[in-house]
Design a protein around this ligand. Sequence first.
Ligand code: GDP
Length: 299
Amino acid sequence: MSINWFPGHMAIAVDKIKKAMADHDVVVEILDARCPMASSNPMVETLRLARQRPCLKVLNKADAADAAVTPQWLAQFNAQKNTHAIALSAKKPGDAQKIIGAAKKLAPHRNDTIKPLRLLVMGVPNVGKSTLINALLKQRKAKVGDEPAITKALARYELSPVVSLTDTPGLMWPKIEHPDDGLMLAASHSIGINAYIESEVAIFLADLLLARYPKLLAARYGAKEMQDGVGVIETVAAKRGFRIRGGGFDFEKAAITLLNDYRSGTLGRISLETPASRAARPAPPGRNEAASEADADSE
Ligand code: GDP
């Protein structure tokens, strides 16, 4: 399944962000710690590099991610030029404040009322951007919701006389190159439910969990004979007694339950990708075709 998702309001937002880049000093990119690369919008890099702005990558929801995997991502991101990465949980009191200290280090010259530090906060929908901004503002000004794309326009806040912050709408990009990235984003609720089929996303998630976190699945759903993703979802249905009229499993309901158990953290701490799993995965189908065409042309 490939997920293409670029509604008109996002194209308008990109244009606004492009202009805003000129009078901001540091891009604060909020990522989902459970899938930090899948939740990296390639447009953030393009937009910030056009203005040579440094980037603070914030791996949010670290409380829900695998504690053994997050440091691997931090090491990878911290090796990148003009980039610093931190992991935190917007829901943990005091954690959001770490963003300010880390951003200051990326633009040490912006440190007084004449040259205040101006942060531009970006991220795909549902990574916890509003929760983080609310924590920084210490009041509920940005809307929080578990539905993608609630923030619609750029909003600027003065955090102090020397630090300001601009919030941007949760932004997707026109074409997600690798289908797995779309599936991880859908599983993590960054893509509106009209753009994907829940059971397909749940089967992808179930296969991944079976390969990487079988103990978490067994602990929650209690079955031993889970062979594949479909089997996992059937096990969820059996465990919960989800049946349709006539006696078969209610696969849809079980699929949604699995997705919700992952999203809410009920299943446990899970990272959908690691630097190694990402490096090892095959290129997206389109890439293979393009590569073979290029090979054919050169023969
Ligand atoms: P936005 O679309 O990026 O502004 O995301 P929101 O701030 O609206 O948050 C989306 C969902 O993620 C909400 O259900 C939040 O409660 C949840 N959330 C935000 N930050 C965290 C976090 O650090 N940990 C966990 N577990 N959930 C979080």
